[in-house]
Design a protein around this ligand. Structure first.
Ligand SMILES: Nc1ncnc2c1ncn2[C@@H]1O[C@H](COP(=O)(O)OP(=O)(O)OP(=O)(O)O)[C@@H](O)[C@H]1O
Ligand SMILES: [Mg+2]
Length: 244
């Protein structure tokens, strides 16, 4: 593995025409960790995740995932990706959506059935197994999308706003589950706008206008900014950037 990191980027840059969405991003994410990318709307978080999954081609710079330079097809079975905009078949049931994703990864019918059971329990949608996804509420669709991204038990999960629209009780249970995955050796890279969630990450990176402007453990960032919570820490960092 590339220096033992789950993810490493070197001056990763993405331009759309003349607009720079991601500007020389340098990340080093440890294995078995939960890393949170934070930043305002349009900061470049989704662009970064898509580059790491090999769904976008960088304009310059490189990304390494589990030791391999992206894009690399052999990485696909090892990574899971939950897009910000859910990619589900609305006319198909929850069960068929999960099965389709499992089949895409070449899983056996038996294993898919086992995983489906576990994941439906995790997202608390057992009763909705045979309902078309189009009939589910926004937050429920999001939960199905999260389950689809992990059906094949990936080592590394990229979750783009996994808990948006999910009710507080379930969000808490998601975090318990994420921590369980971490203990089992899974690395999770996620984006969030919720500061209480950022607090649960081992490390966070704050992106603004395509640049990583701060990185560290939540405690470090709070200490460095001489604030008492992450919300104030980020406001302080954003203010500092605006003045720069
Ligand atoms: N395909 C594209 N073509 C042109 N511009 C794009 C494209 N994709 C993203 N952008 C621009 O790049 C910038 C970063 O977008 P991105 O989706 O990465 O932001 P984000 O941090 O994920 O925001 P949010 O919190 O709203 O999800 C935005 O200004 C967006 O308009
Ligand atoms: Mg986004």
């Amino acid at each position: 593995m590339q220096n033992g990191y789950a993810v490493e980027t070197r001056n990763l840059t993405k331009r759309f025409g003349h607009f720079t969405a991601l500007d020389n991003l340098n990340l080093k994410i440890d294995t078995h960790a939960i890393y949170g990318l934070l930043g305002p709307n349009g900061a470049g978080k989704t662009t970064a995740i898509k580059l790491l999954c090999g769904l976008l081609k960088p304009t310059s710079g490189e990304a390494y995932v589990l030791g391999k330079k992206v894009p690399d097809r052999s990485l696909l079975p090892q990574i899971g990706y939950m897009p910000q905009e859910t990619a589900l078949y609305l006319d198909l049931t929850v069960h068929y959506n999960l099965s389709l994703y499992g089949e895409l990864y070449g899983m056996s019918g038996k294993r898919i059935a086992e995983r489906e059971k576990e994941l439906l329990r995790f997202i608390a949608l057992e009763k909705w197994r045979d309902a078309p996804v189009g009939n589910l509420s926004g937050g429920m669709k999001h939960r199905v999308s999260l389950a689809c991204s992990m059906i094949h038990e990936p080592k590394l999960l990229f979750l783009d706003e996994p808990t948006v629209g999910v009710d507080p009780e379930l969000r808490a249970s998601f975090w318990e589950y994420f921590n369980g995955l971490k203990r089992a050796g899974v690395t999770i890279v996620l984006t969030t706008h919720y500061m209480d969630e950022a607090q649960h990450c081992d490390e966070i990176g704050l992106v603004r206008q395509g640049r990583l402007i701060a990185e560290g453990t939540p405690t470090d960032i709070i200490k460095r900014t001489r604030t008492t919570n992450l919300e104030d820490a980020f406001l302080a960092l954003a203010g500092h950037q605006a003045d720069a």
